[in-house]
Design a protein around this ligand. Structure first.
Ligand code: XUL
Ligand code: CO
Length: 438
């Protein structure tokens, strides 16, 4: 069988923090237990097929620069087969247990639904075989509802019901395929579900239609007994100027409005969070507090660039806080860390794909170990509990238990006088966090 990644002969292994081998893990030790669970089970890493296998480094100003052996040739089916083979070679050499793909990443759609579905059937069978042979699983399936010209004005939010129907047909097929592959979830990222100008847009109708569409997906999943977790992936903009799934909070409002809050959770992406003016940690905390924390698309933006650069995460300060929040809410159930990230345009070699993933996996593993210690020490949670302790007694308890209203509170203040102001100790807490990053 053809080998596409000769630079890595055997699967990458843990060699410990002192190793000088760039193709080894220095912190990610899959079977090592942290807080009673293996690192592998905490982190549930997945490779994004679209970036890693289909990406060629093209940008708005230039064509692909990466000379990928598996993408060469004239026959699309042959290319698709080679890409899948290369993909599973990469997953197993890297040692990840999950992958994620869009329908069109497996094989580009032809523009004819029946023909595309037939080609997909062939590829999905092959994928199933490779999953069985390697033990690599599908973290979630999804559908490309934004690249083809028919979707230029949206899919489920398109002004034309015929396009809505086309999108429904694609999702129907993708759900069947995800079930067949044992996928643990299904993601809706609203690629063009938004608008460019309100001068031509009926926002209320578009949101209602998106609600109808997602309810249809839930109904169909029930019908075919697909039991994976549904996710919405928030993103505020790009490609449209304004997307409806702006951030975690607007998604939660949408899910509640359309009766979907019990069937959906969120797939949160770091660079999408920063585009919305948040951090991933903020989005995780919001989702966690509302019971909709599902999965993470792991990447990062660039402080100086205002777009979705999808870089590999390398900042331990970030991964520590991400892991701290994730552990606080009980970790992943069906979700995981999917590296929705691509190597930089100048990183043209296949070995760069390994460096990128290995570095980020180590970065999360380090974050996990540090965050676990922070939880064990309880130094931060003790501080927070103390800060809010007034709510466990006296007037605080009476407020939360509904025993008092405005009149009683007015009487309370008239009797007690002014409240004492206390320090939030932000700098102390930041210093404490830095002490953990030694
Ligand atoms: C785009 C993005 C998508 C979704 C899946 O910004 O993140 O790749 O993750 O459609
Ligand atoms: Co994503």
């Amino acid at each position: 069988m053809k080998v596409y990644f000769p630079e890595v002969e055997k699967p990458i292994v843990y060699e410990g923090p002192d190793s000088k081998n760039p193709l080894s893990f220095k912190h990610y030790n899959p079977q090592e237990k942290v807080l009673g669970k293996t690192m592998e089970d905490h982190l549930r890493f997945a490779v994004s097929y679209w970036h890693t296998m289909r990406g060629g480094g093209a940008d708005m100003f230039g064509s692909p620069v990466m000379d990928r052996e598996w993408l060469k040739g004239d026959n699309v089916i042959e290319i698709a087969e080679k890409t899948l083979q290369a993909g599973f070679e990469f997953f197993t050499k890297l040692g990840v247990k999950f992958w994620a793909f869009h329908d069109d990443d497996l094989i580009p759609e032809t523009g004819n639904l029946a023909e595309s579905n037939k080609q997909l059937d062939h590829m999905i069978k092959l994928a199933k075989k490779m999953q069985n042979d390697t033990g690599v699983k599908l973290i979630w399936g999804t559908c490309n509802l934004y690249s083809h010209p028919r979707f230029m004005s949206g899919a489920a939010t398109n002004p034309n019901p015929h396009v809505f129907a086309y999108a429904a047909a694609k999702v129907k097929k993708a759900l069947e395929n995800t079930k067949y592959l044992g996928g643990q979830g299904y993601v809706f990222w609203g690629g063009r579900e938004g608008y460019e100008t309100l001068l031509n847009t009926d926002m209320g109708r578009e949101m209602d239609n998106l609600g109808i569409f997602l309810n249809m997906a839930v109904d169909y999943a029930k019908k075919i007994k697909f039991t994976g977790q549904f996710y919405i992936e928030p993103k505020p903009m790009e490609p449209t100027k304004h997307q409806y799934d702006f951030d975690a909070a607007s998604c939660y409002a949408f899910l509640q409005r359309y009766g979907l809050d019990k069937t959906f959770k969120l797939n949160l992406e770091a660079n999408h969070a920063t585009l919305a003016g948040h951090t991933l940690i903020h989005e995780l905390e919001y989702a966690g507090a509302n019971g909709i924390l599902g999965s993470v698309d792991a990447n990062r933006g660039d402080l100086l660039l205002g777009w979705d650069t999808d870089q590999f995460p390398t900042d331990i300060y970030d991964t520590t806080q991400i892991m701290y929040t994730l552990l606080k809410y009980g970790g992943f159930k069906k979700g995981g860390f999917n590296f929705d990230a691509h190597v930089r345009r100048q990183s043209i070699d296949t070995v760069d794909l390994f460096h990128a993933h290995v570095g980020s996996m180590d970065c999360f593993a380090r974050g996990l170990k540090i965050a676990a210690q922070m939880h064990k020490d309880k130094s931060f949670s003790k501080f927070v509990n103390q800060r809010y302790s007034g709510w466990n007694r006296g007037i605080g308890k009476e407020i939360t238990s509904g025993k008092v209203g405005f009149e009683e509170l007015e009487a309370y203040v008239l009797k007690k006088g002014n409240p004492k102001i206390v320090s939030g100790r932000q700098e102390l807490l930041e210093n404490m966090l830095n002490d953990y990053l030694k």
